[in-house]
Ligand binder design. Sequence first.
Ligand SMILES: C[S@@+](CC[C@H](N)C(=O)[O-])C[C@H]1O[C@@H](n2cnc3c(N)ncnc32)[C@H](O)[C@@H]1O
Length: 217
Amino acid sequence: MNLAAYIRYLWLMQRTRPRRYRALFETINQTACRRIVEIGVYNGRHAVQMIQTASVHHSLPDIYYFGFDLFEDLSEDLLRKEGSKKPPPYSVVQHKLEKTGANIRLFKGDTKITLPRFISGIGEVDFIFIDGGHSVETIRSDWNHVKELMGKDTVAIFDDYYVNENPEIAGLGCQAIVDHLDQDLFDVNLLEPTDVFTKEWGELKIKMVMVKRNSSV
Ligand SMILES: C[S@@+](CC[C@H](N)C(=O)[O-])C[C@H]1O[C@@H](n2cnc3c(N)ncnc32)[C@H](O)[C@@H]1O
């Protein structure tokens, strides 16, 4: 075990906000993940922290990170439609992630195009974080592609499970997909903690959701 990386992991588990993001680091540490996919890289901050957590159990040259994002191709129109955040340019995030010393592959573009094009070259992975576009249409498409990367021990975590309904978030979030997953094929766990944000229209309650292949299949 890399002691310095483990101490940083303990610090992250104490300090990470919003608190639901701890699930990423806890899962990566507990299951000793080495091959990580993130849909929606944004500024790469959590990517760096996931890689650093993976380095508790693996040397950095043995860690692989595959990230998908529109980066500078995110239009104002898509920004609104996906309920998204505007990421920095691809080259800035690529540089930031390469400094970790892990193997980095970033795929720029809409995941409806990049996932079907590149996914077959990735192979099975240990951990998948689905946190790209927030529209149901995009999350469903992302899931339908990334589930192909799941082996029997792969953990997938969806962000943006909206606990309460409101017209302001209609058509957004992973709940429409997660609530209809075939329970014969997948184990689904709604994770704690739930983050609660006060909006002008009421309370936004967000959970992460963990999905694994059903081990009895
Ligand atoms: C909420 S942010 C991701 C946050 C990041 N996972 C983290 O933990 O810091 C969502 C990201 O998804 C990207 N995105 C939104 N729609 C997308 C799409 N259709 N294809 C690819 N990326 C998309 C945005 O550019 C944005 O960077």
